[in-house]
Design a protein around this ligand. Structure first.
Ligand code: PLP
Length: 381
């Protein structure tokens, strides 16, 4: 049996909506489907404003422009994240400062955020790993006490909550991804949530997203022609992509529930190995978190065992994969620092973590095959 790590799930209406967009010649940004998706997400997530973007990478770039990041500023983030989190900061001339993570959720450790704050710190970017929320109440409190912005990297965090509030809506700004590897996909795509009730910030976001023009004002009939008003770029996705996403979000909770079943199956069947000490830990969802079940991971006692299990699963046709190379130890990260950075939990986790196959359409037979194969390998080792 061949089990990929990820497989895109189609809800069924994608082709119909794409055809509709094509037929109505709505293929540029801000057509019918962009509006449908953004207003649906505003309601569902409970935020002031959602602007759809070409990716989460671009949403993060917009967020850094919006808070006016500049050379000399520092932004605290986990090292255990995707390069986009740091690129957005660096493209705006500022410096990423890496903090360690907690072992229980693999999210940024608020205590280490406090340690890393200097007079140059301008913002914090918490990353919600695997759809399980960071300790946002504590992080927002640190931000308030130190007058910092919070931009949530909720690339993996859509349709999940921490203490009853949607991920991506706690901070000043939140950024989401609809990349083909995520729970809800448009191929490439993202969104920025502006969570503060600030008309000027929203207007600034609209201008940045529309090539530095006031085209949004024009579309709303507020001006009779639009022109260049500030620095901006092109971050609006094609309406064809938003047609795909509209079909996906119509199944928002169906998709989440399907993924919950896979998560629970892995959890129930593998916890005996946790108790027996054969694995060190695995995906943990604290009681204050409502996860979207983006991924399921196992942490082994050593890199050697992790690699052995990964190879043996591959021999059985199962694709299980590691995750982030910590940014501070990547080749780019090494160029950034002038002294050795000690992030022991990040380093250990990245060496010992393995993600099991997880996709919405996964069948019971497939889940069982993964668990049975893993059991066989663990007994052998
Ligand atoms: C934590 C995190 N941030 C940002 C991104 C970038 O998202 P996108 O591919 O939509 O640009 C990803 C993508 O995997 C991610 O995992």
């Amino acid at each position: 049996m061949k089990i990929p790590y990820n497989r895109i799930f189609y809800s069924g209406n994608e082709t119909e909506y794409i055809t509709d967009a094509l037929t109505n010649e709505q293929i540029t940004a801000d057509g019918k489907y962009t509006k449908l998706v953004s207003s649906f997400l505003e309601d569902k997530l409970g935020t002031r404003k959602i602007l759809m973007t070409t990716s989460c990478t671009h949403a993060l770039e917009m967020a850094c422009m919006l808070i006016g990041l500049k050379s000399g500023d520092e932004v605290i983030m986990p090292s255990f994240t995707f390069p986009s989190t740091a690129n957005a900061v660096m493209l705006n001339g500022a410096k990423p400062v890496f903090a360690d993570i907690n072992e229980n959720t693999l999210n940024i450790n608020p205590l280490d955020i406090e340690v890393k704050i200097t007079s140059n710190t301008k913002a914090i970017i918490p990353v919600h790993y695997g759809g399980v929320g960071c300790e946002m109440d504590t992080i927002m409190d640190i931000a308030r006490r130190n007058n910092l912005y919070v931009i949530e990297d909720a690339a993996q965090g859509i349709n999940a909550k921490y203490k009853g509030k949607s991920l991506g809506t706690w901070g000043h700004i939140g950024c989401y991804s609809f990349h083909g590897t995520k729970n809800y996909v448009s191929g490439e795509g993202g969104a920025i949530a502006i969570n503060v009730d600030d008309k000027n910030l929203i207007e600034k976001a609209e201008i940045i997203r529309q090539k530095g023009t006031n085209r949004c004002e024009f579309l709303k009939g507020k001006v009779d022609k639009y022109s260049w008003v500030d620095i901006g770029s092109s971050y609006g996705p094609s309406d064809i992509l938003m047609a795909i996403l509209y079909a996906q979000i119509q199944q928002l909770d169906f998709i989440k529930n399907k993924r919950r079943v896979i998560n629970d199956f892995y959890n129930e069947n593998l916890s005996k190995y946790l108790k027996a000490g054969l694995i060190k830990s695995m995906t943990n969802i604290p009681k204050e978190s409502d996860s979207n079940y983006h991924l399921f991971y196992i942490i082994f006692h050593s890199e050697e065992i992790r690699n052995k299990v990964m190879v043996k699963l591959k021999e059985k046709g199962i694709s299980a994969v590691p995750h982030f190379v910590p940014l501070h130890s990547s080749s780019m990260g090494k160029k950034l620092r002038n002294k050795v950075l000690d992030l022991p939990i990040t380093e250990n986790i990245s060496r010992c973590l393995l993600r099991l196959p997880m996709y919405t359409g996964m069948t019971e037979v497939e889940m069982k095959y993964v668990v049975d194969s893993l059991e066989e390998i663990l007994k052998e080792i």
